[in-house]
Structure formats: structure tokens, C-alpha cells
Design a protein around this ligand. Structure first.
Ligand code: COA
Ligand code: MG
Length: 279
């Protein structure tokens, strides 16, 4: 699949059962996790299971979340490169573009998805991803759980279940930082995996704002996420009409389509919608 993944499903790498289940899921990308969901004594088992994954035949992209830079496990995780059919690496606790440069120095041109809001310092580095030379960065996502621990928060949500200011700031800076860097913005995890209505609301909010995918932690979240990040038939029809109108009148700067003014930003959005729809 060459389109940007809509659903990115985390799978603890030390669980054979969850790996088997994930391989059957409709996720666009799987993230085999060697970091926070795997206890220290199980990390070696996780690496062994990843080394022995069955050979691929289509299906979701395979990504591996390695441990943070400058840890012993990070070094051991990188030894997996070349031994499994890994599409890309997910780097947790990333703080700036310099971290991407440092990882790429060791991992070469393999794509990197960085989780960019997990430490206090990370919030000050979000523009720096734009300036990495020959960058293999492909996606940036944000996370509220590690950030609340780093900030010492009692909770990251208010009484009505809405993220409080530090987390909406992190979310917005991730979106803008990813757009500035020209990489995919990916919305964070919705932890309450039994609350499908809540997940759908959050995913649709993210899609409206410009995110093009979302992290998932449970196979049941994949379908709703794929749906939320797929353009609707109405959106596709409208985008086709805008692209067709400009194609028919290449010298026009501004046009009217279905009684609405459209100019360059609308054309860019329409082209993006069609690309997301696979056209
Ligand atoms: N990937 C693959 N399979 C998963 C899965 C996942 N992320 N989460 C659950 N499953 C499987 C379960 O093993 C279970 O399989 P079974 O029917 O064969 O028994 C089935 O889906 C239903 O799971 P359920 O009973 O609803 O949930 P659970 O209590 O087993 O697991 C979690 C709940 C949160 C522990 C689990 O979803 C999980 O491990 N998520 C990923 C956590 C993670 O990677 N975090 C790091 C990023 S924040
Ligand atoms: Mg974490």
C-alpha cells in the first residue's frame, strides 16, 4: 500500500497471540512494540519473535517501535534491521530533528515515524523536524500519556473528558510541525478501547483538522479509524469537480464550483482528498 496509513495498530512484540491476531487485522500499518508495552525481562523475547515473523504477502506495513535513543535496548533493537521485513522504525521520546539525524546515522534510509511529544523538552523542538538533511522522516505522532507523566499532571483530561491545554497544544504543534516538515501527521492513541463512539468523535476531529491517520491499541479500533480517515463519497465528488473545473480552465485563478468560490488552497485540498481516496 503506497497511500499513507490511516490506522497504525500497536502490538506488544512479546505476545505471540496478539502478533497472530494483528497479522489478520485490516490495519494499514502494524507497529510491533518493543518499548513501553513490553516489560524489561521480555524485550529479548520480543526481538526473537520479530526475527521469526512469517514471510510477508501483502497486507499491512510492518513497523517496529524501538526503545529510545541512548539506551542499551535501543542498540539491541537496531540489530533487528535486515533480519525481518521491516518497513520502518517508530522512534519514541523524540525531542528534535537532531534525534532523527542521530537515528538515521545508524539505520540508513529506512523510514522513521517519530513520536514527538513525550517529554517536556520535546514541546520546544517541533519545528526542528523541518530542517533535517536527507531526512527519512515519514510521519510524526503525538502522545498524551508519557507527556502527562513528564509534566507531573494528575490527569490529561478535564471533567468532561476533553484534553486540557498542555495536550491540545502538543496536538496542534505536532500537526503544524508535521505539515512544515512535509510528513504525515498522525493523531495519538484513544486509550478507552471499549468506547467506540468516543473513538469515532476523536478520529473525526483529527481528520477535520488535518491529521491523516491515528494510532490504535486494539484491533476493534481499526475499522472506525479507517472509516474516519477515508474521504466520504461526497468529499470525493466535490474534489473531482474542483480538479475538473481548474483542468478545464487552466488560466483561471478563481472559479465557481457548485455556487462556491474556489481558488488555489481549495485545489490543493481537492488534490489531497483524491490522493487519499487512491485516485
Ligand atoms: N493487537 C493484536 N491483538 C490484540 C490487541 C492488539 N493491540 N489488543 C487485543 N488483542 C487481542 C486479544 O489478545 C484478544 O485475543 P483473543 O480473542 O484471541 O483472546 C482480543 O484481541 C480481544 O482483546 P480484549 O480481551 O478486548 O483486550 P485485552 O484485555 O486482551 O487487551 C490491551 C487489552 C490494552 C492490554 C491490549 O489491547 C493491548 O495490548 N494493546 C496494545 C498496547 C500497546 O501496544 N501499547 C503501546 C502503545 S500506547
Ligand atoms: Mg510510552
Amino acid at each position: 500500500m503506497s497511500r499513507q496509513p490511516r490506522s497504525w495498530l500497536f502490538v506488544p512484540a512479546d505476545s505471540e497471540k496478539k502478533i497472530a491476531k494483528a497479522l489478520e487485522s485490516e490495519a494499514d500499518a502494524l507497529i510491533f512494540d518493543l518499548e513501553d508495552s513490553v516489560a524489561l525481562p521480555n524485550k529479548a523475547l520480543g526481538r526473537d519473535l520479530l526475527r521469526n515473523l512469517p514471510s510477508r504477502s501483502g497486507g499491512p506495513q510492518w513497523w517496529v517501535r524501538i526503545n529510545p535513543l541512548r539506551t542499551e535496548d535501543h542498540r539491541l533493537d537496531l540489530e533487528l534491521l535486515g533480519s525481518a521485513d521491516i518497513h520502518g522504525l517508530v522512534l519514541p521520546k523524540a525531542e528534535s530533528g537532531a534525534d532523527i539525524t542521530e537515528l538515521a546515522h545508524r539505520s540508513g534510509s529506512i523510514p522513521i515515524h517519530a513520536i514527538v511529544t513525550e517529554t517536556a523538552a520535546s514541546l520546544f523542538g517541533l519545528l526542528s523536524y523541518r530542517d533535517v538533511k536527507d531526512s527519512p522522516l515519514a510521519a510524526m505522532s503525538w502522545g498524551a500519556e508519557d507527556l502527562s507523566a513528564a509534566l507531573g499532571a494528575a490527569s490529561n483530561k478535564d471533567g468532561e473528558g476533553r484534553y486540557t491545554a498542555p495536550y491540545t497544544l502538543a496536538r496542534t504543534l505536532t500537526l503544524a510541525g508535521a505539515a512544515a516538515a512535509g510528513v504525515q501527521p498522525v493523531d495519538g492513541v484513544f486509550a478507552d478501547f471499549r468506547d467506540e463512539a468516543g473513538l469515532i468523535d476523536e478520529a473525526l476531529d483529527a481528520a477535520r483538522d488535518g491529521f491523516t491517520g491515528k494510532l490504535a491499541i486494539h484491533p476493534a479500533q481499526v475499522g472506525p479509524i479507517n472509516a474516519a480517515f477515508s474521504p466520504t463519497p461526497d468529499q470525493v465528488a466535490n474534489a473531482r469537480a474542483i480538479v475538473a473545473a481548474f483542468a478545464a480552465d487552466p488560466s483561471a485563478g478563481v472559479l465557481s464550483v457548485h455556487g462556491r468560490m474556489v481558488d488555489k488552497p481549495h485545489l490543493i485540498q481537492a488534490q489531497r482528498t483524491l490522493a487519499r481516496a487512491g485516485e
